[in-house]
Design a protein around this ligand. Structure first.
Ligand code: NDP
Length: 446
């Protein structure tokens, strides 16, 4: 490993001992950048890595709200503004009890690299709260969102920081957040993306991350003489990313045979009926176990991680970080899986990723493969600024072109810097980093 990288990694570990997720993401990135630092020794003089691994700003705040029983509840709100080197901070808001600073710092770091890969002028950030919108009434969710935005609004702006959805933050939450922003500032500007179509949202934003994942994986498969047609696909999760990854994979001729939520997974050897999943998850907000009551031939299995034991050709982890560990990776390889595309952020652990790569599995890292969501968010920002709306097909065409371009960038950087030309993990980290590095150098020490 390059000595500069080794030193920065050592210092980072010492300073952030209690942030395992952040260390995991930063370690993967720094290791990938070793050949870049060999080639550019001048980066050490500029302190580029030390600056890059320290977020520009991390905001932490109290979010008080009143529940339906009249009790005052208090959650913790965050916004990590990681890098504004190439544009305003951009990245989602996660609402989940597991949210903490470590998780948001890892997500913000990855977001900076991802946003750079899109080729669009957007920096990286991420935020959220340990609030759990599950089992809350609409009024409680609204009360939380209004309180959250009452503090966060002062740090946002169409040219400052533009959040979006993420786990637990869907159309309902974005609507409440936007309403409160507008009410406080009196401004009707594109300060959030993932908005409803009636008030400035973009067509195809809902579908973008899942569709974009399939476009990226399609490119990766095509580069190796393969395709989705007739392949058995396993997809974890049944949220926004998973549902639209399933829709596009099916449209490309794949047979999706398993999906999950945090409680368990469904196995449908004849192929998932996506209309039933959508009805359960998007309309009724119910658990995926109810699928088997509506579709004969499907089975439900408690323990979500069991999904990786299902033999498949292609696996698309689309749920959450570290859901695919070393044992899962081994099971996938044994079951014949030859390609993995990360729809979620960092769903595979470092050990799992290493095992998959060492086993010759084609691996599409999340920061490249799931960039379609944020890319389409940037298209939503453009439409807001221009006061116009593109059609679904126009947005989808742009999304496809962006994902193809991201694949080519990752492949080119892998060719130049990777231990092998198929190592898109290194390719994505390097390609994402180099653009931000150029901007940081041009802007001086800041
Ligand atoms: P959603 O909240 O819509 O869905 C998350 C899904 O994952 C739910 O079905 C949830 O089940 C399930 N899940 C959570 N934890 C586990 C687990 N341990 N095992 C199995 N399933 C689990 O989130 P999104 O679909 O928006 O996001 C999913 C991932 O994709 C996240 O990592 C997010 O950061 C990433 N991402 C999202 C983008 C977007 O545009 N939405 C863009 C880029 C990345 P349950 O309902 O039981 O909790």
């Amino acid at each position: 490993m390059n000595q500069y990288v080794k030193r920065v990694l050592g210092e980072l570990c010492a300073r952030n001992q209690h942030e395992p997720e952040y260390l995991q993401a930063a370690t993967e990135m720094l290791q990938s950048l070793s050949p870049v630092m060999d080639k550019h020794p001048e980066y050490e003089q500029l302190g580029l890595l030390e600056r890059f691994v320290e977020p520009e700003r991390a905001i932490l705040f109290r979010v008080p709200w009143v529940d339906d029983h009249g009790h005052v509840r208090v959650n913790r709100g965050y916004r990590v503004q990681h890098s504004s080197a190439i544009g305003p901070y951009k990245g989602g808001l996660r609402l989940h009890p597991s949210v903490n600073l470590s998780i948001l710092k890892f997500l913000a770091l990855e977001q900076t690299l991802k946003n750079s890969l899109t080729g669009l002028p957007i920096g990286g950030g991420k935020g959220g709260s340990d609030f759990d919108p599950k089992c809350k009434s609409d009024r409680e969710v609204m009360a939380f969102c209004q309180s959250f935005m009452t503090e966060l609004y002062r740090h946002l702006g169409a040219d400052v920081d533009v959040p979006a959805g993420d786990i637990g933050t869907g159309a309902r939450e974005i609507g409440y957040l936007y309403g409160q922003y507008k009410r406080i500032t009196g401004e009707y500007v594109g300060v959030l993306t993932g908005k409803g179509l009636a008030y400035g949202g973009s067509l195809a934003r809902k579908e973008a991350t899942g569709y974009g994942l399939c476009y990226f994986v399609e490119q990766m498969l095509a580069a190796h003489g393969k395709g989705f047609q007739g392949q058995r696909v396993v997809i974890s999760g049944s949220g926004n990313v998973a549902v639209y990854a399933c829709e596009k994979a099916q449209a490309m001729g794949a047979k999706v045979i398993a999906m999950s939520d945090s409680c368990g997974y469904i196995y449908a050897p004849e192929g998932i009926d996506l209309a039933v999943v959508k009805q359960l998850k998007e309309v009724e907000r119910k658990r995926i176990c109810h699928y088997v009551e509506r579709v004969p031939g499907a089975t439900y299995h408690q323990d979500a991680s069991g999904i990786w034991q299902v033999p498949c050709d292609i696996a698309l982890p689309c749920a959450t970080q570290n859901e695919l560990d070393l044992d899962a990776a081994k099971a996938l390889v044994q079951g014949g899986c030859y390609a993995v595309g990360e729809g979620a952020n960092m769903p595979a652990t470092l050990e799992a990723t290493e095992h998959l790569l060492a086993s010759g599995v084609l691996f599409a890292p999340g920061k490249a493969a799931n960039a379609g969501g944020v890319a389409t968010s940037a298209l939503e920002m453009s439409q807001n600024s221009m006061r116009m709306s593109w059609t679904f097909d126009e947005v989808d065409e742009k999304l496809k072109a962006i994902m193809t371009d991201i694949f080519q960038k990752a492949a080119k950087a892998a060719q130049e810097y990777g231990p092998s030309p198929d190592n898109y993990v290194v390719g994505a980290n390097v390609a994402g980093f180099l653009k931000v590095a150029d901007a940081m150098i041009a802007q001086g020490v800041c």
